[in-house]
Design a protein around this ligand. Structure first.
Ligand SMILES: *[C@@H]1O[C@H](CO)[C@@H](O)[C@H](O)[C@H]1NC(C)=O
Ligand SMILES: *[C@@H]1O[C@H](CO)[C@@H](O)[C@H](O)[C@H]1NC(C)=O
Ligand SMILES: *[C@@H]1O[C@H](CO)[C@@H](O)[C@H](O)[C@H]1NC(C)=O
Ligand SMILES: *[C@@H]1O[C@H](CO)[C@@H](O)[C@H](O)[C@H]1NC(C)=O
Ligand SMILES: *[C@@H]1O[C@H](CO)[C@@H](O)[C@H](O)[C@H]1NC(C)=O
Length: 377
């Protein structure tokens, strides 16, 4: 059953992806922010402009979600092939422990900073603000921005946390990236003093509830955050960006003890962030999970006699596509308004690509016990 579902999903997602293909990876760490300016109102006589930031084209749910990032842009190939992907389950064996205080962070207090909604996260822009981190061995990194994920992307010994903050740094010397990752746990007391930085940011969230919007924060103080991070052992490992293009070579430094998060801040952050956490990746050095799962589809181990695997994937013609698959054969494709069909094992698949909208029709021949509801179409 599993392979039947997988093959359907595989074929279907290949189709949808072609329809939505766009080579956009904005809103990731590596792409420069794109700002837009426009007049506040068409009729406004003032010259006041509204500044917005371009939002990310990837997401966390459905066809733009993490299982399909590779298909949003050829730049994202590492998302499904790299064997050093983040986030991971953090344990004492999957990471190295760095003694408290060995990672040295300095961030000046700020009168304000830009706080923006990238569609995929909310981010405080720290470019040029003088934040620095020196890692063991003495290499120095500059703090560029920090942003949030909910729930946490990293887990510790299998446990997830309600919020994770990524402080993204770049080396001026060789442009490599280092991320100090701070995990938060809900505070036991309703009015417990929370991490001051979060209390300072929370009231600004209502001003950036819309993707693309930018506001200015209240004054930000970092002393308490830095002392919490510095007073505990950090887990370090070399992983990747947790967003497209999933580039390898990032050094993570992750808190081993979560910091406090008050209920109001958590609910406010969560309401704006939505769900924005990439699934836990395989241990560093092990097969990429997407390669591993696609492999079991493509090799057709269970394809014999009707469990249904499309051995070769899609072909594409024109803007609007239809795809058909037949076991062991390269698929055929039609162009605009095409309707194509094929079979995979005992399954008949018809894909209607007319009007650029994909519809997958399938009939299962000679199979018993297949739960069509479970296929999700
Ligand atoms: C708007 O800007 C233009 C060009 O800089 C200027 O000529 C005009 O007087 C400004 N209008 C207002 C209402 O400030
Ligand atoms: C990991 O190591 C730290 C420091 O030695 C220790 O406190 C912690 O209990 C260890 N965790 C596990 C799961 O062994
Ligand atoms: C991560 O990579 C850097 C640069 O190659 C290296 O210096 C460091 O020891 C690595 N860290 C771990 C935990 O393997
Ligand atoms: C597939 O089905 C055919 C005919 O029912 C049978 O002869 C053959 O042994 C089966 N092959 C496998 C791998 O089950
Ligand atoms: C598919 O390929 C396998 C392995 O090469 C072969 O045994 C099988 O007969 C082929 N099936 C079809 C439908 O051509």
């Amino acid at each position: 059953m599993k392979s039947l579902q997988l093959s359907s999903i595989f074929l279907f997602s290949a189709l949808l992806v072609d329809l939505t293909m766009a080579s956009c990876a904005h809103g990731t760490y590596l792409h420069k922010r794109k700002l837009h300016y426009k007049r506040a109102e068409e009729s406004s006589s003032s010259n006041e402009t509204v500044k917005t930031v371009e939002v990310g084209k990837f997401g966390y749910i459905g066809n733009i979600g993490p299982t399909n990032w590779v298909n949003l842009s050829p730049d994202n190939i590492a998302c499904s092939t790299s064997t050093q992907q983040s986030p991971i389950d953090v344990t004492n064996t999957s990471t190295t422990l760095v003694t408290a205080g060995e990672v040295k962070i300095t961030i000046p207090d700020l009168e304000e900073a830009e706080f923006e909604n990238l569609g995929t996260t909310v981010e405080v822009v720290m470019e040029g603000k003088g934040g620095k981190t020196v890692i063991p061995g003495g290499k120095e990194f500059e703090l560029k921005q920090f942003h949030f994920h909910s729930p946490s992307e990293h887990t510790i010994d299998g446990e997830y946390f309600p919020l994770e903050m990524h402080m993204v740094h770049e080396s001026a010397e060789d442009s490599t990236l280092a991320v100090v990752s701070v995990l938060f746990s809900i505070s036991a007391q309703a009015n417990a003093p929370s991490t001051p930085l979060l209390l300072e940011l929370t009231p600004s969230l209502s001003a950036i509830s819309t993707p693309g919007s930018i506001t200015a924060t209240s004054p930000l103080k970092f002393e308490s955050l830095i002392s919490s991070i510095s007073s505990q052992a950090l887990h370090t490992y070399n992983g990747s960006l947790t967003t497209p293009p999933c580039k390898e070579g990032l050094e993570f430094f992750i808190t081993s003890q979560p910091l406090e998060l008050d209920v109001l801040s958590f609910n406010t952050f969560k309401a704006v962030l939505g769900f924005n956490s990439r699934f836990t990746q395989n241990a560093i050095g092990q097969a990429n999970l997407l390669t591993a799962s696609a492999g079991s589809v493509a090799t057709g181990e269970t394809a014999k006699n009707g469990t249904g695997v499309v051995a070769e994937e899609k072909a594409v013609v024109g803007e609007k596509k239809a795809v058909s698959g037949e076991a062991n054969k390269t698929v055929t494709a039609g162009g605009e308004n095409a309707v194509a069909s094929g079979s995979a094992g005992a399954k008949v698949i018809t894909v209607d690509g007319s009007q650029g909208k994909a519809k997958l029709h399938e009939t299962v021949k000679g199979l018993t016990g297949v739960d069509l509801g479970a296929l999700g179409f």
